[in-house]
Design a protein around this ligand. Sequence first.
Ligand SMILES: [Zn+2]
Length: 748
Amino acid sequence: MITRSAVSIAALALALVSTAAAAQPSGTSQALEKNFDAMISSADQLQWLQQMASAPNHVGSPHDKANADFELAMFKQWGWDAHIERFDVLYPTPISTTLELVTPQHITLGGQEPPIPEDPTSNAPGMLPPYVAYQGDGDVTAPVVYVNYGMPDDYDALAQRGIDVRGKIVLARYGGGWRGLKPKLAQEHGAVGCLIYSDPADDSYAEADVYPRGGGRPEAGVQRGSVADMPVYPGDPLTPGVGAVPGAKRLSRADAITLLKIPTLPISYGDATKIIASLQGPLVTGKQRGDLGLAYHWGGTDAVKVHLAVKSDWSLKPVYDVIGMLRGSTYPDQWIIRGNHHDGWVMGASDPLTGQVALMSEAKALGQLYRQGWRPARTIVYTSWDGEEPGLLGSTEWAEEHAAELQQKAILYINTDGNGRGFLRAEGSHELQHYFNQAANDVADPRTGVSAAERGRAGILAAAYMGTGREDPELIDAAKDGGDMPLGPLGSGSDYTAYLQHLGIASLNLGFGGQDESAGSYHSIYDSFYHVTHFDDPGLQYGAALSKVVGRLVLRAADAPRVPARYSDFARTVSHYLDQIQKLEADQREKDRTLADLRREGDFRLASSPQDPLVAPADRGITPVFDMLPLENAVDHLKRAASAADAMLGRESALPAATQARINDSLAHVDQLLLDPQGLPGRPWFKNLVYAPGTLTGYGAKTLPGVREAIEQRRWDDARTYVVKTAKVLEDYANRLDAAVAMAGSPS
Ligand SMILES: [Zn+2]
């Protein structure tokens, strides 16, 4: 489900700390990795991709089940102990969708995307029509209001113009925040329906030649997706917190709060043009308009009316997770988990199968190493998830069903979700930053032959010079120094969510991208083998490179004395997040004061233009000053404890084996200390107090979310409560590091 924009490199502080490189492979492991690389084959991946993307593979489709069965057979053939685990989940599919313009003239809109002659699978039978999962069925006819991205500040802009969406159908464009927030905010503002279209500004001719000349989204291309309220909880809407197994306690649909209530459909820009062309009301200017070659108006009058109706089959459907294990010889009860989903929206060639075939290459190579006599020290668990697209279903249900065992055994979760060509990017738990960078240093970029890390640094520096990259001095300085590239924080949008944010298992999510055109086929019938092999990763060379990066991560985590971590990277990053929150609080207070002044002086009235008359934004009061001392103290403690722990781990190999074992055990589950049992306000399923998806961003991460979101959303009591709660989890984490240092005794 992940999008290109969701995997951008985050703006984080970086400095090199000289501690022993626990992840640096020894001579034997270098030979093992060379052997592993020799077994990775782009030709294998091309063959699997063509087969697995030959028919629609959405949840409940025959080919999705066939792909799971195929993978199970391959895992067994490669020597893995493998099985399929099934869950039965609520998964609506459309029985009928209707969209028509009724005023000013009758035009039938919507329906399936047309085949393209060059793309041989674009006329496959059994493809689901464009729809969004977990919208609310209904049949409405109403005027249309254009709401830009349909995010909170867009509703502020509408309010300043006196435009109200009550009783109307909103037309939102994709982008600016997660898809599911658009109908959610629309229903909260009283709209009766929601349409979401792909504007060419984001994934078509403004970015790439249109398919099939290039990979850009064609005029009739539509982005499907999920609109469940996943920032509250992902997984089966009927079984929050528990596995969707036979006999599980299931909510009624009426009680499942992640289901939306208004009918919603995704549409093409071809269809959106026919609606936007007739809208009346004030002109939309600046960043709030898209790239269609016509004037945009906000609408809201009776000049344009649309009939929208959706009816779904709400029966339970099976999801099939494929689980393979290679048992560890020394620490069989410490698990390294690696996953990618196998279900797609239609053919799913890029999302998710480019990542899935890379995972399969790794599994084949690891199986062969195992046959040759190699035994991992830890248990390696490979997972191919079903049902990720509608709501992270397979990965979440498996995590919930096995929560106790996973919290005892799982010490790392590594995720991918598709792959393309370009730069290697990752987000994750920040103590894993150096470990990730070492793998990126040791794998060649297929196009240039330099390391993936070096190419990444070159990309940042070249873009910064041309003014096309991120204006982030810390990122640019890191690239100049040739040091580690910062990891981004994990929000949501893929299968790591339950592992990191519900169970507290350290996680990484990675992939190559940024120079492919997969955004143009994303979640449409054109996400096909043809599109991938022409525009995203011809020859799947980057697929092989991804296997080599992930293979190194898995081998090193499975065989090293402990999972390689550098705690000062985590501490420094958390300190940076606290700085951001303190700046946020001060800036917000200053802006509140300015607004109060402007309102008092009547400045908005005096500045209003005859073409676009605006009233003042509503008064919101003044952001108070918060006592952040508990959090400042905790971060300070964390920094000192992390430096001491890294220094101790640098000389750990000189300690008695029994002491090393005790230290490694005490640190294996340190990330679980970041969980608060009551979770975040209004969403107790999300328990991690350092990393969460934003309630109003969905994919995008909110770090130190209990405090940050409370300030942003002006919930002052929550902000005070979560300063204390967040300080406590950071103190617990620092205390665990201190205890590990104490076990080592003083340096001799
Ligand atoms: Zn995906």
